[in-house]
Structure formats: C-alpha cells, structure tokens
Design a protein around this ligand. Sequence first.
Ligand code: NDP
Length: 317
Amino acid sequence: MEYRKVGKWGLKISEVSLGSWLTFGNQLDLNSTKQVVRYAVENGINFIDTAEAYANGIAEAMLGMVLKEYRREDLVISTKIFWGGDGPNQKGLSRKHLLEGTWNSLKRLQLDYVDILYCHRPDPEVPMEEVVYTMDQILKSGLAFYWGTSEWSAEEIEQACKVAEKMNAMPPVVEQPQYNLIFKKRVEEEYAPIYEKYGIGTTIWSPLASGVLSGKYLEGIPEGSRLDRWPWLRKTMEERGIFQEETLQKLKRIKEIAEGLGVTMAQLSIAWCLRNPHVSSVILGVSSLDQLKENIKAVEVKNLITDEIYSELNSLF
Ligand code: NDP
C-alpha cells in the first residue's frame, strides 16, 4: 500500500480507502462492518470516509462502535456535513448547521475529532465568508484537523481559498469528487488549474460508477445489486446512457483488457483511477468482504497498466 500526501499538505492517506455510503448500516450490519474495517486496516488502509447523511447517521454510529478496536493515531477518519435533517437549519453550510452537524457527527462517531471534515456540497445560500470562517473555527477548536469540499466547482474552491487567504484562515485542502473511467471531466479538466495553485488533493468517490465498472450490469441488473436496490440510482444511470449499446460495448472492451491482464474489471477500473497523480486516495465502496478482498488488489494492478493500455482506456469515454 502506498501512502499519498493530500495535495501539498502534510497528511498521508492510503492510496485506496474505505467508504460507507449505502453499505454501513444498509447492506452491512455491525458484524460485517467490523470484518470489513478489520480487513481494510490489516491490509494497509488507514483512511475511512463517512458522512452525517449516510443511513441517516447510522453509518457514523456503526463506524463509531467499530473504531473502538483501533488506536486513533493509526487512522484518518473523515465525515461530511450538509444533509443533517429536514429542518430549515439542519441542512446546508450555515454556521449553525456546520457546528451542530459536526458536534452530532462526533457524538455518533464517539470521537473527539475527525481528521478531515468536508462540506458535502456547495451552498449558494450561505456567504463564502461564513463557511470559511466557521470551518477555520472548527479546526482551531480541534474538532477537525483539515477541511475539504465535495462536488464544489473549481470556481467555488478558488473563491474559498481566496477568502481564507484574506481572513488568514485555513483554506480547504482536499476535494471529494466523483471520478472513474466514465465520469472524469471535472477531475481532469475543470480542476486542472487549482491543483498546483492551491495544493488541493482529491479523495475520489464511485471509482466503479456504483458497480457499473465491475461489469456486473453487462447482462442486466442482478437481484440485490445496488441498481436493483436503489431505483433512483438506476434511473440516474439510465439517463446517463449506461445501458445504451455504445456504452455497453465500451464496458465490454474494458472487461476484455482486464481479462488479458489476468485481473478483474473492477480491479482494472480502480487501478486506472490510481494512475492519476492528483488522486490522493480512491475511496472503495464494498457491500461484502469478498468485494474488498478483490478491489484492494487494485494497488498491485496499477503496475500492470502499460502506457498503451492507459491511453486506450482513456480514449474509451
Ligand atoms: P463504487 O463506485 O466503487 O461502488 C461500490 C458498489 O459497487 C458496492 O457497494 C457494490 O454494490 C459494487 N461493487 C463493488 N465492488 C464490486 C465488485 N468487485 N464486484 C461487483 N460489484 C462490486 O463506490 P461508491 O459509489 O460506493 O463510492 C465509494 C465511497 O465514496 C462511498 O462509500 C462514500 O464513502 C464516498 N462517496 C462520496 C460521495 C460524495 O458526494 N462525496 C458520493 C458517493 C460516494 P452492490 O454489491 O450493492 O451492487
């Protein structure tokens, strides 16, 4: 396992990490969550990602129970604030919700601090000064060590960095965007100017596009799979053309390349993400221990991707 710096900053995280969306507290109960976390940590993963919104707080609560087994200094834990509840002040990035959301998350996680606290989405209703000042204060109170953004535009991240400079406050150090073989424009094009300028790292989500890049949907939708369980997600994928013939052909080509290398399509797809030097960590989503055992091997598979294979994969989508 390689440990990568988060952009220009001092924090080091494992190149693959463990996520908890739709899995902890949904497909994984407490016992299986324990097993998955244990396997991850024993195999070099030091970074675990969650959010106040995941399973309405249950994902954080479950992780909190599991983390008791570990020495805090050995782990990097992140959570994300934005969707805390239905009330007018329970969502978004107001000072009130950022502080209350953080306190509530820490209670569920049974932790004194998280290493990274993300603003889970941008909030156009809140002035950037309010967000930056509050995040800086959360950091100064020791409730979090670093802060980041998730699915913010490059322009919004740049604005936050400029405001932080003006206020002598800590800027965001990391963005959490979607990045995979299919959806790559934002990470590769939109953010290109801000990596060097502000030293931003990325912890990327949905490396398998919710499982599509494992090849499991090539012959239809298997029962119990993510797109079977969450119809809204299936609809989103349909709208993005995932089940159109042209896309299916491209996915089949990725599968062929993987088979040629003697690896699985999931491993190759994750390994492709790791080839991007601006990726600090690829967050793995797994609904079973077997998936984790398979996917974590992507760290070895990245060395099998020749320049020729890399450029063919890049040219597909
Ligand atoms: P992926 O795109 O990798 O999808 C993971 C899902 O794909 C699994 O739950 C499983 O679903 C299926 N899968 C995984 N491996 C395999 C395999 N080897 N073979 C077959 N199926 C497989 O990642 P996620 O979308 O889960 O994102 C990863 C993490 O990123 C999340 O857990 C979360 O922490 C974070 N995230 C952040 C977001 C943000 O807005 N900041 C948004 C989304 C995620 P199944 O078995 O049920 O089909």
